[in-house]
Write a protein that binds this ligand. Structure first.
Ligand code: NAD
Length: 354
């Protein structure tokens, strides 16, 4: 070890691999909550109803207002419902959008949350919140929005469609990749990042082969947990900045956009982060980190051309104006021409050059 570092540990409970329905009552009682409001998207209402049943007298209702990007209007309606029902906690069952609604309620009305994640996005492991008002997404960090407990039950991910599983898994890997070269990277988080990438890279093909393969689902959710811890612990760089820009200003779908961009963002940075690349290559069992990520996604059926999601070559300059206006720290200086090429490559879904 040849450098000093700061490691911030995140104080909350994680239960992994047990049926959430068995664990939830224990967790609620341990935390002392008595009036739990279940949050979900309209699409996951059935799962939410099952958990409302599990909560019995501790449940006060279901709010199915969760939606992409956490619009402030939905937060206001959910807050009204929570107030009327005198909720003292929320239970977010779903992906980053539902957990995002729970976080917004923590921010707005100091309502704590418990999360049962059903995608691999990783929001449950971070103190980061996001809110969208008049088409503009703002994000911030506040330890108060971090869920008080997280229950990972791989059975609940069996229903996640294969294409969404693959892109959500690569979305998780993106956190680990950028965590490996973060400005505040540290050896503890790098261990989690490398193992998180390995677990997802090994698990995803199993899900593609058989979406009901519980072992592969378990491996992926374990990887997602580790990658989420990376996201919650260290700063992100160019890749996340570009995704934030393209998601926020061009409305591209979150996990799919992460998947198409990641190999190119890593290719851009690769000459400046040889140690991170070596870890990624070891985790993927490949010779070239950026190409290995591209192959992992593509071989598992992911769409790699950003143009398929409605982003065009003609929008690259506008995207760069926004991304470069207030950039994140990045290991390689941000060079406009090279970044233009990066987005152009991602637009057509080209495999990064060696
Ligand atoms: P999502 O939460 O938007 O879910 C996408 C769709 O899949 C929804 O309709 C959802 O109901 C459905 N779904 C989720 N799990 C399912 C399952 N097991 N079976 C069937 N359907 C299921 O998608 P996401 O990618 O998890 O989250 C994306 C959002 O989360 C973005 O807005 C992103 O900015 C945010 N996010 C925030 C953080 C953070 O730290 N704050 C981290 C990662 C992502």
């Amino acid at each position: 070890m040849n450098h000093s570092f700061i490691y911030n540990s995140l104080p909350f409970k994680v239960v992994f691999g047990r049926p959430a329905a068995d664990v939830l009552p224990e967790v609620v009682q341990e935390l002392g909550y008595k009036r739990v409001l279940v949050l979900c998207t309209p699409e996951q209402r059935v799962q939410a109803e099952a958990f409302a049943k599990v909560l019995g007298a501790f449940g006060v209702g279901i709010c199915d207002l969760a939606t992409m990007h956490v619009p402030v209007e939905k937060v206001a309606d959910a807050a009204e419902q929570a107030k009327l029902l005198r909720a003292d906690c929320t239970l977010a069952i779903g992906g980053g959008s539902t957990i995002g609604l729970a976080k917004a309620l923590s921010l707005k009305m100091a309502l704590p949350s418990i999360a049962i994640p059903t995608t691999y996005a990783g929001s449950e492991m971070t103190p980061v919140w996001g809110l969208t008002e008049n088409g503009r997404k703002t994000t911030g960090k506040d330890p108060a929005v971090q869920p008080k407990a997280v229950i990972y039950d791989p059975e609940l991910t069996l229903s996640l469609p294969v294409d969404m599983s693959v892109t959500s898994g690569i979305n998780a890997i993106a956190h680990a990749v950028e965590g490996l070269y973060a400005k505040d990277a540290n050896p503890v988080i790098s261990l989690l990042a490398e193992d998180g990438i390995r677990a997802l890279a090994q698990g995803l093909p199993g899900i593609v082969k058989n979406p009901q393969d519980l072992q592969a689902r378990t491996q992926c959710q374990y990887g997602a947990w580790l990658c989420g811890m990376v996201l919650g612990s260290v700063g992100m760089a160019l890749h996340h900045k570009l995704c934030h820009t393209l998601g926020g200003s061009f409305n591209l779908p979150h996990a799919q956009m992460h998947t198409a961009l990641l190999p190119h963002a890593l290719a851009y940075n690769s000459t400046h982060v040889p140690e991170a690349c070596a870890r990624i290559e070891r985790a993927l069992g490949t010779q070239n980190a950026a190409q290995g990520l591209f192959d992992l996604a593509k071989n598992n059926g992911a769409e790699m051309a950003l143009s398929s999601f409605g982003f065009s070559e003609a929008q690259i300059d506008e995207a760069l104006d926004i991304a470069l206006h207030n950039p994140y720290w990045n290991p390689r200086p941000l060079e406009r021409e090279a970044l233009h090429q990066l987005l152009s490559n991602a637009c057509i879904g080209a495999r990064p050059n060696a």
